[in-house]
Design a protein around this ligand. Structure first.
Ligand SMILES: [Zn+2]
Length: 223
């Protein structure tokens, strides 16, 4: 069920008082428009009606897509220690409430970055799996190992049997694209499964590029 509340928020720039709709839960089956707003970055983003100042609201958001069996728990956070604590909290809360028993075969993701939340939705909307996508990102970035630390790869699109990634080089301030054949995606997906990777969650998971790198270290013969 999609849930919102109205809040009065004072603009930190001009002190104008704005009436804002804050979403705490979005179920994609409820409303196509709401999901569209989320994907275009309009949900829980404050925009002052007086001075146009924009900022991400600190409120957590739960995203649920029953057809893709995807649940995302998003809490904005930039600090690694707080992120670890929040992740520990959500795992403990779920364990105690036994909520997970109703979410068999789901993928449960804990995310702290708004763009990552949107990226996950797109990956699953394309019937791809983020565990494979994160491994592909590592493979792409390590093609130029000396530049890997300056680069970020994100899922772009899936079309014509190719998966396209957007690469941002923070040092060069450049964007690149990199395309991987869907066949390679499938090969890696199968190899990961053979090495024990599960394409469903038994608990909340953080699936990021560090996760992809740790999978690759564990599956030495994948290359
Ligand atoms: Zn303002």
């Amino acid at each position: 069920m999609s849930i919102n509340s109205k809040q009065s928020i004072k603009c930190p720039e001009c002190s104008h008082l704005n009436e804002v709709t804050v979403w705490s839960s979005i179920t994609s089956d409820d409303s196509v428009d709401l999901k569209k707003d989320l994907l275009s970055g309009k949900i829980n983003i404050f925009k002052c009606e007086n001075c146009s100042h924009t900022a991400l609201l600190p409120n957590p958001l739960l995203y649920h897509d029953s057809s893709k069996k995807l649940m995302l728990s998003f809490t904005p956070c930039n600090d690694e220690a707080t992120k670890a604590q929040l992740f520990k909290n959500i795992r403990e809360t779920s364990k105690n409430s036994e909520d997970l028993k109703n979410l068999v075969d789901y993928n449960l993701r804990f995310v702290t970055n708004y763009d990552t939340m949107l990226e996950k939705i797109l990956i699953f909307d394309n019937d791809l799996h983020d565990k494979v996508i994160e491994v592909l990102k590592v493979l792409i970035l390590t093609q130029e190992p000396e530049k890997a630390n300056d680069r970020i790869a994100v899922f772009g699109k899936y079309e014509d049997d190719y998966i396209e990634f957007l690469i941002r080089d923070k040092k060069e301030n450049q964007f690149y694209t990199s395309r991987i054949p869907f066949e390679s995606y499938n090969t890696i997906k199968t190899q990961l499964a053979q090495s024990g990777v599960k394409y469903k969650s038994f608990d909340w998971e953080i699936i990021d590029i560090d996760y992809g790198a740790s999978l690759l270290r564990g599956v030495n013969n994948i290359l």
